[in-house]
Design a protein around this ligand. Sequence first.
Ligand code: SAM
Ligand code: SF4
Length: 342
Amino acid sequence: MSFNPDTALVDRHGRLHTYMRVSVTDRCNFRCVYCMPAEGHAWLPRDEVLRFEEIVRIVRVMAPSGLRRVRLTGGEPLLRRDLVDLVAELVATPGIDDVSMTTNAFGLADLAAPLARAGLRRVNISIDSLQPERFAAVTRGGKLASVLDGIAAAHAAGLGPVKLNMVVMRGVNDDEIVPLAEACLPGGALAGAVETVLRFIEYMPFEGRWHENVPAKEIRERLAAAGTLTSDSGTIPGVGPATYARWMPAHGTGSVRVGFIAPLTEHFCALCNRLRLLVDGHLRTCLGYEDTPSLRDLLRSGGSDAELLHAIAAIVRGKPAGHLAETEGGTAFEGVMTSIGG
Ligand code: SAM
Ligand code: SF4
């Protein structure tokens, strides 16, 4: 691919940015203990939230400079009205060949089929426990049964591979590493018509260190102790910072692909190809740094497409080499996860 050097989405470290996570709302119906304080956050006033036509315009302007994949996130993206229409518009944008979503799946039972018809390719779904009471405690009120219905609907709609995300916290849910993997085996509660991939995410400290992280190395060891873990470099649609392996239980049949996202202990900054469009229009280049300008003011002050693209390219060029939160004792990540979108 060759791009105009003035407008290419390439930073000073030579990284081309083909992938953008778009947070469509900071609101959420859950209050996960790793994501939000118990009292929640003050939601942004609606007029400060990017409008759909503004999101579509930013994506359209970036596509000729290298953007290929968009992931909708939040807060909880399913809460945003007319989400199906946004998906359809993004899918129709020339140059964009993959639109996916990260969701808590509450309400997905009704929306999976319309989203798939609009062209959504895949969903990543957060699920941190299979015990209804613990699930309610971790999400501060979430109903596991509705999420399981949402996962089943994602399978039925062909939104695959269905990637399940588990944030592992010591003493909270780390005893469910193996049970969750077992539930993803063929015939298990989390399996279905399309492939299920289970990804273990290291807890990232934002603003405060509320929980203890379990390093990916330890998660691999626990799986290996309960079966066989073999590395798996097969192609996975939408592959990002995860490393993958295949796990076979010591007792039982079948196998499941498992992934490890280890932003602290095996950080992947050198290969980072992602940008984050925040709910208020800030274009964030790195989870470790909050200080990036908003595109919203430029959009709303009548800036042209060319001005918008030059502003975006300049922000991308200024991307830092990486974050500084590699260790438990390191600096916390900056900002609020519900407006950043994970
Ligand atoms: N509400 C949707 C969901 O839960 O999937 C999308 C937004 S959520 C902020 C996106 C991702 O961020 C989820 O996979 C969630 O597990 C992850 N996440 C939130 N806070 C985190 C933290 N402190 N450490 C690691 N992952 C986190
Ligand atoms: Fe909501 Fe997702 Fe954050 Fe949980 S992780 S509080 S579902 S935005």
